[in-house]
Design a binder for this molecule. Structure first.
Ligand code: C2E
Ligand code: MG
Ligand code: MG
Length: 750
């Protein structure tokens, strides 16, 4: 650069020029006299020349000036390029942390245009958790002359967070004030990578055991959980092959399949039994993944595993609950069904017979009810143990529930008599095993005997499981009927009865649908032998069997629940008859007594169904009488009384049928809102020959009278019986002596 040296000579040169100009003026004045014009001319020539020189000099200076200005501008622009466009954030802060200047990259990092950054505190862009770190760094930079740095999170206006590394150094401003020059670098990527590494490290130290091998299966790394689960420390296994954990429980085919799957799918998982350092074999859930290189070749294997012993134990416990009885630990009904199904299949295959023994404790209910459930449980547990001592290893003793056990014997002889003899031996052993008393603790004991029903299986083809159990059950009932504490084989005749019952039930259902039921009516007569009403007695008009009496189907209907729709039909039919009779003067006074079975009466909607029948037919409720039996009075007496009161409130009459044969307590009797007592026909039958029956009949009459009830005698077959009962004070009579039950058309004739 030459301009600066020229510019320092310029004043001297200007001074010389001025002096020369003054001299010229003086000379001109001196030459005014002679040769004035010539001299002046010469002087002027010189001055002109000087001027021209001077002009050239000026022009040169000007040119220099322009050049240096250009250079300055170029340098300036380069500086701004470097500063503004630097790939690093620069900014200048005041002593108080306010942004004075920032380059484009810094503005980018802060997330605002530069125009909006001016005089904003930098702290405003810093994550709350990092403000203190920034403050500390700025403070240190102002105090110490060295470069200070920190890493903080920037929070941009749109909440984006960036990790930046900040370096700061203190400078003096033009005015001599302290300033901070800040350099900012985005280090988020490194932070992300650090985080990923940290996560990987934590994941590696998870609850699951992990080991990593090279492609040859040499163990390279293990985690802490590995050591916790296997008992091996890292140094003990590094460089080893995982074969060292093998329990020997899996064959070569298992491992071959594992490696094949790994090769084909890159991963394998499954249950493996391995051995801990302590030699204990335990189940683990193992996942192996292959790490492949760019050419698809495995470089490493990563194995994760968890100890699933606890889960296995829980599963076993659940299975125990599902298939075993919790009290006796014997197989339950479900497991028995499984085993019996297998036994049936196997006996068919091997042509060996098997036997099922159905064992029921005779007086267990009494023990349970009178000595407590705890004692009941003690007896059941001991009974289970005794049963198990009576069978061979492969036989099954199961508890069906309550006091019912089943013993399943397999692989007996091929011939029925031999197999029956073998089953009988076991049955006799069981009877003997129950002979000693059951110990209840504290020196107490109680006795319980078994009734055993036995059936063989495997003789007939395609036998089914329910058939076999049902046969054993029937045989057990035969044992009970034979006086208990005994054993009975299933008898085909009994089976025939059962089958007939099943068939009867089906056809009774049909009878209800096809309207095969009819009502017969038997008159009830007052003291003057005037008909005061009738009892409706149901019959089944069977298409093949003709008229079937109620004794042949009512008990079955009661057992099966069919009594409910059947009883409803009877009430409806009787009400329709009452409504018809109400239209005629000669029949309008007649009552109809309808038999109601306990099961029917206890239906929650019994009352409603009677009401519906009355409403639908328009029958007068006062003419309807319901005959209840003592058997229904055994439980829920308050409930029964409230139902009876409701019926009475409707005007419906109530009679107690077959009185004297049931279990009714006299104290209940006085609470019941009854209109009538019916002396059971068994007392009437032997009235003449048996003084005891006569005494009972008499006391029933007295009882009825004192309770304000009408007493009706049923089954009156002779005039003598009628006379005796009349003499006792009986109010009404029903029996063959007067009339048999007949269809309604024949009733008119009577
Ligand atoms: P129950 O209510 O005690 O009916 C009286 C039974 O005695 C009737 O038998 C009747 O025919 C019979 N009987 C009447 N007089 C004499 C007699 O002088 N001598 C003898 N030996 N028997 C006589 P039935 O009709 O065979 O009915 C038997 C039982 O069936 C009834 O006994 C009753 O408990 C029940 N029953 C009948 N119909 C129905 C009904 O619609 N519903 C319900 N739940 N049970 C009914
Ligand atoms: Mg009756
Ligand atoms: Mg009766």
């Amino acid at each position: 650069m030459t301009a600066p040296s020229n510019s320092t000579d310029a004043p001297d040169r200007r001074h010389a020029l001025r002096r020369r100009r003054e001299n010229n003026a003086f000379a001109l004045r001196e030459l005014s006299t002679q040769d004035e014009a010539r001299a002046r001319h010469a002087e002027l020539q010189t001055a002109l020349y000087d001027l021209q020189v001077h002009q050239i000099e000026l022009q040169m200076q000007n040119h220099e000036l322009h050049r240096s200005q250009d250079a300055l501008e170029t340098a300036n622009a380069r500086y701004f390029d470097l500063y503004d466009l630097a790939p690093i954030g620069y900014c200048t802060l005041s002593e108080t942390g306010v942004i004075l200047q920032a380059n484009l990259h810094a503005a980018n990092l802060l997330g605002l245009p530069r125009s909006k950054l001016h005089r904003k505190p930098l702290g405003q862009f810093i994550h709350a958790g990092d403000k203190a770190a920034l403050h500390a760094m700025c403070h240190a930079a102002l105090v110490h002359p060295t470069l200070q740095s920190c890493e903080v999170r920037l929070v941009q206006a749109d909440a984006t967070e960036l990790w930046v590394n900040m370096q700061a150094v203190a400078l003096q401003s033009k005015l001599g004030e302290p300033e901070l020059r800040l350099v900012m670098k985005d280090v988020s990527a490194r932070h992300g990578a650090d985080e990923a590494l940290r996560i990987a490290a934590i994941a590696f130290e998870s609850q699951e055991g992990i080991f990593i091998t090279d492609a040859q299966g040499t163990i390279l790394r293990v985690n802490h959980a590995f050591t916790r689960i296997t008992g091996y420390s890292e140094p003990e296994v590094l460089g080893q092959n995982p074969r060292m954990f093998s329990s020997g429980q899996h064959d070569a085919a298992f491992y071959a399949h594992l490696w094949r799957t790994l090769a084909q799918q890159g991963a394998w998982q499954g249950e493996v039994y391995n051995r801990r350092k302590s030699a204990e074999v335990y189940p683990q859930w193992l996942t192996i993944a292959a790490v492949l290189d760019d050419s698809g070749q495995p470089t490493h294997y990563v194995a994760n595993f968890s100890d699933i012993s606890a889960r296995k134990d829980a599963e076993a416990h659940i299975a125990q609950l599902a298939f075993y009885d919790s009290l006796t630990k014997l197989p339950n009904r479900r497991l028995l069904a499984d085993r019996l199904a297998l036994a049936l299949a196997s006996s068919e295959r091997h042509r060996r017979l098997g036997a099922v023994l159905f064992v029921d404790l005779d007086n267990f209910k009494t023990i349970n009810d009178t000595l407590s459930h705890h004692v009941g449980d003690l007896v059941l547990v001991q009974a289970a143990q005794r049963l198990q001592t009576c069978v061979r290893e492969g036989d099954t003793v199961a508890r069906l529930g309550g006091d019912e056990f089943v013993v399943l014997l397999e692989s007996l002889s091929e011939a029925t008599p031999d197999a029956a003899a073998q089953a009988d031996v076991v049955g006799q052993k069981i009877l003997a095993a129950f002979a000693p008393g059951f110990l209840l603790g504290g020196g107490h004991e109680c006795h319980s005997t078994p009734s055993i029903g036995v059936t063989l299986f495997g003789a007939a083809h395609s036998e089914n499981l329910d058939d076999v159990l049902q046969r054993a059950d029937i045989a057990m009932y035969q044992a009970k009927a034979a006086g208990r504490n005994t054993l009975r084989f299933f008898d085909p005749q009994t089976q025939a009865i059962i089958s007939a019952r099943v068939a009867l039930e089906a056809s009774l259902r049909q009878a209800l649908v096809q309207d095969q039921l009819v009502l017969h009516y038997q008159p009830q007569l007052g003291p003057q032998l005037r008909c005061i009403g009738v009892e409706a007695l149901v019959r089944w008009q069977h298409p093949q069997r003709g008229l079937v009496p109620p004794a042949e189907f009512i008990p079955l209907a009661e057992d099966t629940g069919l009594i409910v729709p059947l009883g409803q039909w009877v009430v409806q039919a009787a009400c329709r008859q009452l409504a018809a009779w109400a239209q005629q003067v000669c029949t309008a006074h007649l009552c109809i007594a309808v038999n109601v079975s306990p099961r029917q009466f206890e239906q929650p909607d019994f009352l409603a169904s009677v009401l519906r029948a009355l409403d639908a037919s328009g029958a007068p409720p006062k003419r309807l009488k319901l005959e209840l039996t003592e058997n229904m009075l055994v439980s829920n007496i308050d409930d029964i009384i409230s139902k009876m009161l409701a019926l009475r409130a409707l005007g419906v009459g109530l009679a107690l049928d077959d009185f004297g044969t049931g279990y009714s307590s006299l104290s209940y009797l006085k609470r019941l809102p009854l209109d009538q007592l019916k002396i059971d026909q068994s007392f009437v039958r032997d009235l003449i020959s048996s003084p005891a029956d006569a005494a009972i009949a008499r006391s029933i009459v007295t009882l009825g009278q004192s309770l304000g009830m009408l007493v009706v005698a049923e089954g009156v077959e002779t005039a003598e019986q009628h006379q005796v009962l009349l003499a006792m004070g009986c109010d009404a009579f029903q029996g063959y002596q007067f009339a048999r039950p007949v269809p309604v058309e024949q009733l008119v004739n009577l």
